[in-house]
Design a protein around this ligand. Structure first.
Ligand code: IPD
Ligand code: CA
Length: 266
């Protein structure tokens, strides 16, 4: 519970909608999937991404008709209430396509431009990560916290790669320089779940270039409420340029390792 009843109200709606949407996408996976591509030949969108976003948009507007919505698959509803929902119907679409159980519905509620509630729901593992601003982070209702790791050499580091081939070349070269200096690297394939993994201490830290607002809005709040520091380079807010997420005691070391490697290039 947060100290703001509105944040709890928004979270309760987000959780209900995420559960309905995630179960719909999971149960619809076994039907034949119409797969199309977006920004590159490996950036896929399935008919279920769009159908799930439609379900989410309708459910939110039914409950709160004056709110705005921004969604990965094109939802762009203008509102008047000061609340905007930022939605990724299926984060980890490639995993969804390959039946790898690491994908999630991500729904965040912004109030006057600030994220105040967020849910990331993995319907296959039935895990629901939630947070409200100032109210802490939870997985299936139980409080979660980032790891207490402070040493890079002991850091289990998650990352992700963009869909553009040239960018991937740069990201591959960068990760080759990072890998010898950390415990190991993980690439799970869902930015929203990567941020929840740091929130739950399942990895120590995470960084990625090229995230969109819908990939990170809910996960960033969840990771921050679990004790994480989430920023870009040199104190900039996390953005599509770069997102670094780490426990407070590890952040500077990771930032200072990445910065000279030009992580926002490519
Ligand atoms: C992608 C996933 C992936 C990350 C990409 C995202 P999508 O989202 O979060 O892990 O590396 O940057 O675009 O396309 O599966 O919704
Ligand atoms: Ca996404």
């Amino acid at each position: 519970m947060s100290s703001e009843p509105l944040y709890d109200e928004l979270l309760a709606l987000a959780v209900d909608v995420a559960h309905a949407a995630g179960d719909f996408a999971r149960d619809g996976r076994e039907t034949a999937l119409d797969v199309q591509t977006k920004t590159s030949s490996v950036d896929v969108v399935t008919v279920m991404d769009t159908a799930t976003e439609t379900l989410i948009t309708r459910a939110i507007l039914e409950a709160r008709p004056d709110d705005a919505i921004l969604g990965e698959e094109g939802a762009a509803v203008v509102g008047t209430s000061g609340v905007r929902w930022v939605v990724d119907p299926i984060d980890g679409t490639v995993n969804y396509l390959y039946r790898i159980p690491v994908w999630a519905v991500s729904i965040a509620a912004e109030l006057d431009g600030r994220v105040v509630a967020g849910v990331v729901y993995n319907p296959v593992l039935r895990e629901t990560f939630t947070a409200t601003l100032g109210g802490g982070a939870r997985c299936n209702g139980k409080p979660i916290a980032c790891s207490t790791e402070t040493t890079l050499a002991q850091t289990l580091l998650a990352t992700g790669f963009g869909y553009d081939s040239a960018r991937r070349g740069h990201q591959g070269a960068l990760i080759a320089q990072v890998l010898p200096l950390v415990r190991d690297i993980r690439r799970f394939g869902s930015a929203a779940l990567d941020l929840c993994a740091i929130a739950a201490g399942r990895v120590d830290a995470y960084f990625e270039r090229g995230l969109n607002p819908w990939d990170m809005a809910a996960g960033e709040l969840i990771a921050r409420e679990a004790g994480g520091r989430i920023e870009g380079l040199n104190g900039a807010p996390a953005s599509s340029e770069l997102t670094i997420a780490a426990p407070i005691g590890l952040f500077d070391a990771l930032h200072d390792l990445l910065a000279p490697l030009n992580p926002a290039a490519g």
